[in-house]
Design a protein around this ligand. Structure first.
Ligand SMILES: NC(=O)c1ccc[n+]([C@@H]2O[C@H](COP(=O)([O-])OP(=O)(O)OC[C@H]3O[C@@H](n4cnc5c(N)ncnc54)[C@H](O)[C@@H]3O)[C@@H](O)[C@H]2O)c1
Ligand SMILES: O=c1ccn([C@@H]2O[C@H](COP(=O)(O)OP(=O)(O)O[C@H]3OC[C@@H](O)[C@H](O)[C@H]3O)[C@@H](O)[C@H]2O)c(=O)[nH]1
Length: 390
């Protein structure tokens, strides 16, 4: 049975034909939300490629769902599987999300990080280019590195001038730390694959879109250590802070929690990706920032807001000392460095796709922490009770 979504039209009023999409990394955080959106709201077919499928199991298992037949899971590692080219060849569009993309890995597993973000992505680009297939590649806001403003004296009034910190796809430079600061292994690998894709477009006519996500967050992001991931694992900040709140531990602020980020709700960001998928004439050849410039906070403010929101959704008072300071060396190890501030310029995505994010930081944290509480609170209680019972 196929779904009977109404006829969809693009931004120029043309009917959108059902597409076959090869989605690599479909089993991850972003992939799971994109698959859900494509199944619920469109008639497109997804060939979902990943080594894991836990986050999309709910879309694959039931025989009675309206989209049966429109999503197939292919368990394969793109590092070494000859089936990849065949899947790209029989699709209209390839979306590549596969990557190691957790900061705790960049300075501790720099080789895996560089291989995953550059070398492993090479065949995907090559197969798309050789077979004249469209590619949407997921890069990162980290390619901007640090802001120009961060190199100015602390008291310089120029630090307040947006020209020194707003990140713009076609004009901002990419400023990374020294090679010893292995944190930048990820950003550097992502930058080089962006340049390769851009060059394939320029020299061989590859039809591409590059996405630079700015801290997309929401349900199913990463894992909760000791529950659905390794107990010693360090996920991205949303999962780290959720884990601390669920366990009633202080939230750890790395180097004072002074770095700034703009956070966007995954569901807002997925709307932008769907527009790119369905409007190739407007999206091809472009690099897009996808973020929410209105949701800027320091990491310390994020910790405070998550503490308040979690108290509200769980009905539990917060602990007496809600945060604790840790050094980056202690938390991430040697070679860590940080992006100071990340505000996306929205001109290009506004002009090409007319897209804007909608959800405030408070609202997105409320729905995300409600999900975290419902999904994990009981499992954490049991995990904490177990050693005592033994
Ligand atoms: N979430 C964000 O805010 C964010 C920000 C910037 C960039 N990105 C980029 O977006 C993409 C997706 O991010 P995410 O947050 O969903 O990460 P994720 O880790 O949840 O998803 C990545 C998926 O790729 C799969 N994968 C990795 N290597 C693979 C391989 N060799 N073969 C097959 N599958 C493989 C993983 O199993 C995982 O399911 C990444 O490229 C990431 O760099 C995400
Ligand atoms: O427990 C924690 C975890 C993280 N942090 C800090 O919180 C900030 C955000 O950390 P995240 O783990 O979300 O990762 P970052 O924002 O630095 O990088 C991310 O950005 C874009 C993507 O490419 C990747 O998903 C990831 O590299 C950093 O300043 C980090 O040092 C804490 O203070 N405490």
């Amino acid at each position: 049975m196929t779904s009977s979504s109404p006829v969809r039209v693009d931004l120029d009023g043309n009917t959108i034909k059902p597409l076959t999409i090869c989605m690599i990394g479909a089993g991850g955080f972003i992939g799971s939300h994109l698959c859900e959106k494509l199944m619920n709201e469109t008639n497109h077919t997804v060939l979902a490629v990943d080594v894991y499928n836990d986050k999309i199991k709910h879309l694959l298992e039931p025989e009675s769902v309206p989209w049966t037949g429109r999503i197939q899971f292919h368990r394969l590692n793109i590092k070494n599987d000859s089936r990849l080219e065949g899947l790209i060849k029989c699709s209209d569009l390839t979306i590549n999300l596969a990557a190691i993309c957790t900061p705790a890995d960049y300075n501790t597993r720099p080789l895996d990080t560089i291989y995953s973000n550059f070398i492993d992505a090479l065949p995907v680009v090559k197969y798309c280019s050789e077979n004249n297939k469209r590619l949407i590649h997921f890069s990162t806001c980290e390619v901007y590195g640090k802001t120009i403003g961060s190199y100015l004296p602390k008291d310089s009034p120029l630090r307040q001038d947006p020209a020194y910190y707003i990140l713009k796809e076609d004009t901002s430079p990419c400023i990374f730390g020294s090679v010893e600061k292995q944190r930048w292994s990820y950003a550097c690998a992502k930058q080089l694959i962006e340049r390769l894709i851009y060059a394939e477009g320029a020299e061989n006519g590859l039809e591409f879109t590059i996405v630079r996500p700015f801290n997309w967050i929401g349900p199913r992001m990463d894992f909760i250590p000791g529950i659905d991931g390794p107990s010693e694992g360090v996920p991205r900040v949303l999962a780290c802070f959720s884990n601390n709140l669920l366990r009633r531990e202080p939230l750890k602020l790395v180097d004072g929690g002074e770095s700034q980020r703009t956070f966007i709700y995954i569901k807002d960001a997925i709307e932008a990706v769907l527009l790119m998928i369905e409007n190739p004439a407007r999206a091809s050849g472009h690099i897009f920032n996808v973020g929410n410039p209105n949701n800027e906070v320091t990491v310390r403010q994020l910790a405070e807001m998550m503490t308040q929101v979690y108290s509200k959704v769980s009905g539990e008072d917060s602990i007496e000392t809600p945060t604790v300071d840790v050094s980056s060396k202690e938390f991430y190890g040697e070679g860590y460095d940080d992006s100071d501030k990340r505000i996306p310029d929205m001109t290009i995505i506004n002009k090409q796709l007319g897209w804007n994010p909608k959800t405030s930081l408070w609202d997105l944290l409320e729905s995300t922490l409600t999900y975290q509480h419902r999904t994990y609170a009981e499992a954490i209680k049991q995990a904490i009770a177990k050693p005592a019972a033994n």
